[in-house]
Design a protein around this ligand. Structure first.
Ligand code: CNA
Length: 325
């Protein structure tokens, strides 16, 4: 503990952007923890930014909390709420941001230990981040699964539905139902004695709610498709816990946290479970106080990483970065 404390005291001298660039240059196992802020420059809203965030939009439409849209219990009750809103955070899959390019640069330089991303847009893959170096803590839109039969398909299969605000149904279930309908029907069970007719006349509503047949006779319906993103009340993928606890938290020399409000557990707890002597750098628009960072670099993350690379003497290329950085 004393050693860690001394090392941490030494780190107190690191607090400028030049110090951060020095830390980058000397580190070989950089853990990068990212959030929605690294994709906002592409027009994908984050959750919590005032005015532009997805949660403000959801509230303006009359929902009490944005979290409801991503709650698995609510989704199973009524998936139309999610489908009517989620198209807004569905990425245009052809672009990634300069910050994604920066993480790829760390990988190319052999300095990226792991990118833990909370993002669900899967743009890390487009940027070329190696699957082995990527943990998608909250899953992603890359695949989607049926809530009834579990069939998993490429996420793009339901993009048209998401964009059209239409609940996507499972094709496999639909096919099974169609096959079932083609099978010859078993003979009806022998008639049981009918009840004597009611002396009251049926009203229309009674008729609609009771067809005279057994109401519980299952009319098969296809399952609803859900993108494989982690909703509230769902468990995070095992890879997240296993990789962090058993491997990465023990073998890291710099932590970079970029574009996140660090409000969603358990990801928000990660910095507390890392050795205290490992320097932590935070890059985002707004400072946060609930986690101690050695250096906080506040601003647009794309601008900050460009400047960091310039000071580290590294060339960062991206279509959104003017020539010459
Ligand atoms: P958040 O709570 O919305 O926080 C984002 C943070 O980034 C805020 O503090 C912003 O100030 C900051 N920020 C926004 N734009 C920039 C920028 N250009 N430069 C620097 N900082 C910026 O989102 P978190 O990621 O912290 O919360 C975790 C949620 C968000 C995860 O469950 C994600 O699945 C979810 N999410 C992901 C996406 C995506 O995949 N692109 C989009 C929206 C929400």
């Amino acid at each position: 503990i004393v050693r860690a404390h001394r090392k941490r005291q030494k780190l107190a001298q690191y607090n400028t952007i030049d110090d951060a660039a020095k830390l980058l240059r000397r580190s070989r196992k950089i853990m990068v923890l990212t959030g929605a802020g690294i994709s906002t420059s592409l027009g994908i809203p984050d959750f919590r930014s005032k005015g532009t965030g997805f949660y403000d939009k959801v509230r303006s439409l009359g929902y009490s909390a944005g979290e409801e849209v991503f709650d698995i219990i609510e989704f199973d009750k009524d998936p139309s709420v999610f489908y009517s809103l989620a198209g807004d955070i569905l990425p245009d899959l052809n672009r990634f941001s300069p910050t994604h390019a920066f993480i790829k640069l760390l990988q190319d330089k052999g300095r990226l230990q792991t990118n833990y991303t909370q993002n669900i847009d899967n743009l890390e893959e487009l940027a070329g981040i190696d699957r082995k170096r990527l943990i998608q803590c909250h899953g992603s839109f890359a695949t989607a699964s049926c809530r009834k039969c579990g069939d998993r398909v490429p996420g793009s299969t339901i993009f048209a539905d998401l964009r059209a605000k239409r609940v996507a149904k499972c094709k496999r279930c639909e096919k099974a139902i169609a096959e079932q309908a083609k099978q010859p029907k078993p003979p009806p069970p022998p008639q049981t004695k009918r009840k004597p007719p009611s002396k009251f006349k049926l009203r229309k509503n009674d008729w609609e709610s009771s067809s005279g047949e057994d109401e519980d006779d299952d009319i098969p319906s296809p399952g609803v498709m859900k993108p494989d993103i982690t909703f509230f009340h769902e468990k995070l993928p095992d890879t997240f816990f296993d990789r962090f606890a058993e491997q990465d938290s023990k073998d890291v020399d710099l932590v970079l946290v970029i574009g996140t409000s660090l409000k969603v557990a358990p990801v928000s707890e990660m910095p507390h479970h890392l050795p205290p002597e490992v320097p932590h750098i935070f890059i985002s628009r707004e400072a946060i106080e609930h986690v101690n960072f050695d250096v906080q670099l506040l601003g647009e993350c794309d601008d900050v990483v460009v400047e960091l690379c310039r000071r580290a003497g590294w060339g960062l290329r991206h279509e959104m970065i003017p020539e010459g950085g």
